[in-house]
Design a protein around this ligand. Structure first.
Ligand SMILES: [Zn+2]
Length: 283
């Protein structure tokens, strides 16, 4: 099986990853809903918005598998056992906040789309889910963690930007805030627990300086990828960056529009700003 993760090493203190922009739908997925419905779950074109990263020496990791097949921004314990036809022998999450997300159909393996459409007309085998973890989740997380550790070992600190995009309006089954009109950007550091809030403010203020409307930790705080690898006490900073899809694409056709190039240029300026920022000097 060819690798479902693209990983480009870098030499900067910055690491960028895009867990949700993959469009390679594996043959064993066998969803019951149509591809157009599934594709609305993708963070479409995020990998193209940040395609300048390797040229700046920034490490880049990208999921090629689709988010609806396996969500790399979830813990492997966040599994909806009602989706399985046989017993699961692994650990399962018990945290009520996590379980509410799993019940929305948005666990490790999605059960429903953001519009509440069931993805399967069958139950999955435990072996099928274990194979998705082995082929997608594990190589993805290994690549992200190795890139962060390399950056940290070289520079004494690391800044990990976990890159996403969000619909202009939250769908019915997508979040705890259905119907919410999103800001241009949402910067998330899990309430200052995965990155220095002063560093997060550099992102917020830089983006506001470009004229964008920027929210902080609401309605998205960041999930597993920043939670797992962010540790500001040891100068490992993890920040989730959500960009509003209306800024760069037609959300119905998924085609990029005229806003794409100026947005990409602003993201490049943001990354350059972070390359010139040592979070240890911020207070
Ligand atoms: Zn995403």
């Amino acid at each position: 099986m060819p690798s479902l993760v693209r990983s480009i090493p870098g030499n900067a203190p910055l690491v960028l990853d895009s867990p949700h922009s993959g469009v390679q739908y594996p043959a064993d997925f066998r969803p019951a809903c149509d591809l157009a419905t599934l594709r609305r779950a993708e963070d479409t074109h995020v990998e193209k918005l940040y395609d300048f990263a390797p040229s700046l020496g920034v490490a880049w990791i990208e999921a090629l598998f689709p988010r609806s097949y396996l969500d790399a921004n979830r813990n492997t314990t966040e599994l909806d056992v009602d989706l399985l036809q046989d017993a699961w022998d692994g650990e399962l999450a018990t945290d009520p906040v996590v379980l509410s997300k799993v019940r929305l159909g948005k666990g490790l393996v999605w059960r429903f789309t953001d519009d509440g459409v069931p993805i399967y007309d069958r139950k999955l085998t435990a072996a099928e889910v274990r194979a998705r973890i082995a082929n997608c989740w594990q190589p993805y997380h290994e690549a992200v963690s190795q890139a962060i550790e390399k950056a940290h070992a070289t520079h004494g600190y690391s800044i990990h930007l976990n890159c996403h995009s969000m619909p202009s309006v939250a769908a019915a089954n997508a979040t705890e805030f259905p119907g919410l009109a999103h800001a241009d950007f949402v910067i998330g550091d899990r309430d200052g627990s995965t990155a220095s809030p002063a560093l997060s403010q550099v992102l917020v203020e830089t983006l506001r300086g470009f004229g964008y409307d920027v929210a902080y930790n609401h309605p998205y705080k960041g999930v597993e990828l920043v939670r797992r690898y962010g540790d500001p006490a040891t100068s490992r900073h993890g920040i989730q960056v959500e960009v509003n899809r209306k800024l760069y694409m037609d959300e119905a056709t998924l085609e990029p529009h005229a806003g794409f190039a100026p947005l990409r240029a602003h993201l490049q300026q943001l990354v350059r700003k972070l390359l010139a920022t040592d979070p240890r000097t911020l207070s």
